[in-house]
Structures are given as structure tokens and as C-alpha cells.
Design a protein around this ligand. Structure first.
Ligand code: SF4
Length: 212
């Protein structure tokens, strides 16, 4: 893992977070697809998916810590009713202060996580996107609201089923083509979902809409 040198004490108690970017947009994937939401993207991830479309987030040193108070102030300048905390891997940091502040202002808190680290924060919606290089911790499966598996090759459907067997019965299940393999994989996951209708298809609509 990259070392975070600056403001370690404050990072540890969650008053500061290594912010990559924050912006008001439309959630483009999974269950909340199409919903307006304030995105808060944090830096730092050591899972290193080959196809990651957020490699610029990996090294937190490139993303100086920002006060949570300022992030929330910016979120409040928009009429957002939900915030999506993503990364990188956001659970590398204590997120309780951020979540409490957002919820205090009636903004729902959604997280996108690989589940590879202990969960931090207080969440209205947990989207678990498991990565086989660093599988999720057992504790995240029963509390995930949504399981979103990125499919790059047919074998990933086995990985999807392995994870689906561990989540709660209420957890929504999504298969999503890895973006660079969209044309090749989409017909496969569509047919798979039709044959196994517990699964839904997630499409990265923001990429078709050309919005961040
Ligand atoms: Fe990228 Fe997410 Fe994989 Fe980290 S877990 S490398 S941010 S896709």
C-alpha cells in the first residue's frame, strides 16, 4: 500500500480525506443507476485491477487531504439527496465523520467498495464489487445491499456465483461488462441473466451519456 505521509492523525480520525474529485452527477451503474448523486472519490487503492478505469486514484499521495467539512459544504451547494463515496477503495479511511455530516444534512450515504478491508462509515446503501485478487472480508456479505460483479471473461461468472452464494437473500445482484470488453461480454451476461434471473444487468450509462 502507498504510504500516506501528510496529516496522518487527522486522516486517522476522519476529519481529512484524500480527495481525488467531487462532483454532482447521475449515478451510472447498478441499483441506483439514473439517480442524481454527489460523487466523492477518495484516493488510495492497492487492489490493482488490470482494467481499473480509476488508476489515477491509486496513489493517495497524489491527492492531498481535504477537510470533510469542506467536502460536505460543497455537496450542500447542490440539491443532492444522495452521496456516493467511491475511489479508489474508500474503506481505507475512517468515514464516520463524513457519513454523519452528510446524514445530518439529510443526504443519503452510498458506498462502492471491494469489501477487501473492514467497513467504515454509516451507510444507507452498500454496493459490494468483489475483486478476486483481494476477496471481500466475510463480514461484508450479510450487510451488502447490492453485489455488482464486473465480468471480463466467462470464468468471472463463476466468481459472481461464488460471491452471490454469500450475500443475503435481499441483496440485489448485478453483472456488468468490463468496459473495454463491452461488445464481447454483454451478449454473454445478457443470456446468462435470462437463464439465471436472480441476476440483473448493470450498464455504465454515464459512459454512454458522456458525463463523469
Ligand atoms: Fe480500481 Fe476499484 Fe480495482 Fe481499486 S478495486 S483497482 S479502484 S477497480
Amino acid at each position: 500500500m502507498f504510504e500516506i505521509e501528510n496529516n496522518m492523525d487527522l486522516l486517522e480520525n476522519g476529519n481529512l480525506l484524500p480527495l481525488v474529485e467531487d462532483f454532482y452527477t447521475i449515478q451510472g451503474e447498478g441499483f441506483h443507476s439514473g439517480k442524481p448523486a454527489y460523487f466523492i472519490r477518495l484516493g488510495g487503492c492497492d487492489i490493482c485491477c488490470r482494467w481499473c478505469d480509476a488508476k489515477f486514484t491509486w496513489n493517495p499521495k497524489n491527492h492531498p487531504p481535504v477537510e470533510v467539512r469542506k467536502i460536505v459544504e460543497r455537496a450542500l451547494s447542490f440539491p443532492a439527496k444522495a452521496a456516493v463515496i467511491t475511489g479508489g477503495e474508500p474503506t481505507l479511511y475512517p468515514l464516520e465523520i463524513l457519513c454523519k455530516e452528510l446524514k445530518y444534512h439529510n443526504i443519503q450515504t452510498f458506498i462502492e467498495t471491494s469489501g477487501a478491508y473492514p467497513l467504515t462509515g454509516i451507510w444507507d446503501w452498500i454496493c459490494l464489487s468483489p475483486k478476486y485478487q483481494q476477496p471481500p472480508l466475510a463480514e461484508i456479505f450479510p450487510i451488502a445491499n447490492e453485489l455488482k460483479v464486473i465480468v471480463e471473461k466467462i470464468d468471472d461468472l463463476d466468481w459472481a456465483e461464488e460471491n452471490a452464494a454469500k450475500v443475503s437473500k435481499d441483496c440485489m445482484l448485478f453483472l456488468q461488462s468490463e468496459w473495454s470488453k463491452y461488445n464481447e461480454i454483454t451478449p454473454i451476461i445478457v443470456e446468462y441473466a435470462k437463464q439465471n434471473p436472480k441476476w440483473n444487468i448493470s450498464i455504465q450509462i454515464h459512459k454512454f451519456m458522456n458525463i463523469p
